[in-house]
Ligand binder design. Structure first.
Ligand code: COA
Length: 198
């Protein structure tokens, strides 16, 4: 799905400074492809640095695959990767849900609506696929605009340290998280082969 920028900034720029429009090119949201791997890793390194591997959310992603159809990238007018977002299947207190993240947008492409477009597209797709709720750990002032709220995660715990104020959720189906209570765990734990006793 292609998104044309229609922000107030765009309107303003087109009226007073046509030259500024070179920075306001359209962007596209599409499924992540295997060929995106290197550019995506570089984008995540730039956005988060090496601490990205230490986050509690990463414990829920290790050894798992993103939910089908919910690994998205944004590309600019010449096809360069400028944004990435993945959602992961988890169980939240025994209830099926998705974990959103990581979300990153290239520094040169921020505040153009790319992050918002990735989130909205992922939530629309998730609802279409029948998912019922989405969780994340992130900045409430950013994610509140997409419907994420603290109240949906109050009875849930993550498998490691998180700032409670940043642990947020949104229901795609009313009441999906109302009875969710307990630990968030990967939905499909990888098979572990234990060594045989001698
Ligand atoms: C957060 C991020 C993905 C936003 O991407 P984006 O494409 O710039 O987002 P949008 O264009 O949809 O929205 C931009 C708006 O959100 C605001 N915003 C960005 N990060 C914010 C935050 N952490 N808290 C509150 N507001 C935030 C911007 O100030 C901007 O406001 P404006 O429209 O009034 O200028 C991007 O800044 C990024 O990659 N940051 C580094 C990685 C990161 O923090 N990822 C999120 C992990 S929780």
């Amino acid at each position: 799905m292609a998104f044309e920028l229609a922000s107030p900034n765009h309107v303003h720029a087109s009226r007073v400074a046509p030259a500024a429009l070179v920075d306001l090119a359209p962007f596209e949201i599409r499924d992540e492809a295997p060929s995106d791997l290197a550019a995506r890793e570089a984008l995540l390194d730039d956005a988060f640095g090496p601490v990205r591997f230490l986050k509690t959310c990463q414990r829920l992603r290790d050894g798992s695959a993103p939910a089908p159809g919910l690994a998205l990238v944004a590309t600019d007018g010449v096809g360069a990767l400028i944004g990435t977002l993945r959602l992961w299947p988890v169980l939240a207190g025994g209830r099926a849900a998705l974990l959103l993240g990581p979300l990153a947008v290239a520094a040169r492409s921020r505040s153009l609506g790319v992050g918002g477009a990735l989130i909205r597209e992922s939530l629309v797709r998730a609802a279409d696929f029948g998912h019922r709720a989405v969780l994340l750990v992130g900045d409430a002032p950013y994610y509140a605009r997409f419907g994420f709220e603290r109240r949906f995660t109050e009875r849930l715990t993550m498998p490691g340290p998180v700032e409670r104020a940043r642990f947020l959720g949104v229901e795609l189906v009313d009441g999906a998280l109302s009875a969710a209570r307990g630990r968030v765990v990967p939905a499909a734990a990888p098979a572990i082969t234990l060594p045989q006793a001698a």
